[in-house]
Design a protein around this ligand. Sequence first.
Ligand code: KIV
Ligand code: ZN
Length: 515
Amino acid sequence: MENRLFIFDTTLRDGEQVPGCQLNSVEKIEVAKALEELGVDVIEAGFPISSPGDFNSVVEISKAVTWPTICALSRAVEKDIEVAAQALKYAKRKRIHTGIGTSYYHINYKFNSNQDEIIERAIACVKYAKSFVEDVEFYAEDAGRTENEYLAKVIEAVIKAGATVVNIPDTTGYCLPEQYGEKIKYLYENVKGIDRAVISTHCHNDLGMATANSIAGITNGARQVEVTVNGIGERAGNTSLEEVALIVKSHDSLKVETNINTKKIYKTSCMISSLMNMPIQPNKAIVGRNAFSHSSGIHQDGVLKRRENYEIIDPADVGINESSILLTARSGRAALNNRLEILDIKLSKERLDSVYEEFLLLADKKKDINDDDIMLLVGDVKTEERRIKLDLLQVVTGKSLIPMATIQLDIAGEKFSATKSGNGPVDAAIKSIKSIIHRKTKLQEFLIQAMTRGSDDIGKVHMQVLHDEQVYYGFGANTDIITASIEAYLDAINKMSHNGRQVNQQKELIEDNNK
Ligand code: KIV
Ligand code: ZN
């Protein structure tokens, strides 16, 4: 048995049939080029008779792509086959994929026909396709629910008619892996001339068995798998390319090899997900956001001791270079230290202890802590040096309420508080501060940014505060943006204090004002 497994990608045909996933021709060319780089053997570029847009995409992809075979779908209808052949005009390697339903349901309720007539039509479509191209793939639609004896007759007839590849689709995703494997084995053992064609799997995921069925097909003699990136496809989708590629790579016992450059998988997956507006479920095998993330302390510890303790795939093998350790409230000091090392940050033992305490406080408020958060925690050394510190901030705000803020400041060890109203909570808090520290300041710029994605994220605030014709920059970061804003304002005020006027003068000022 050959050990080369051909990867037939149908992201642009079966995948693109999904409502909401349609791409324009330019995007399809981009995807086709990415698939070529990934190393797929066949790109099913579309169903040319279905629309002028599909026809045009097959033409343009044929021009743009160099080495993979370009395949066009057709029904067992002469006009379909002619149009498919026209669309493939510029392909360097071309294949027509034609076929007909072979199950009891399809023969009786779709074609209102009988088994003999269906065999005749199958032979005719292959012969007609063969008059245009050498490489003809035949699909027996709903082969998953077609009895094996009849299926074998159809397959034997189409191979005799010239089919080079015979596709055995489990169109409804019904088969169990043993049943599907048994079907492929039956064809392999009972179809005369089967060695002149490649058997192809085409499994749908309605019962979550598409990949298992494809693998059962491979172990029983199939040497082409029809797949889509991210398993995208109608209903529950198709067999996912990345799963098959990684299963084959991880299990030598399967004795097959693909041409897939697995390092390009993640990039291609992200690109297709975003172009097709089809988010990837976080726990999706291989490409999901959590596929290589360890969040429990025990697993993190195990992975840090040796990756293989909990990982069967190196994330780098699929092009993911991020750390697999997800920092959460359950992470230990070792996990934090590991991330610091990756970020090339060296801390003393005492400093690590204090950063870890701050990290745990942050992790209680924010689900996962990313590298930017860590940088902020580590960089946030100013608090201890600041002479004016924020002890307490309480705001009342909302629709139909007058925003109020109560502030308590620690100035060189002494406590001062004030409550003021304002046109918003930040304005109220700054007015409270101004009522304690009588500084003439003017906010010149006030920028709030979320560090990453979620609503639980850290907000970063940059401020430019004008005082005595000089601009002072203030920075604050907190999961609460009002606190971050006030920290930024105080950061700027502290810089003013350092700039000539010492805290004692501050205190004098305050005392004067309180007289
Ligand atoms: O699922 C299926 O049967 C198909 C064929 C058209 C190949 O997509
Ligand atoms: Zn399909």
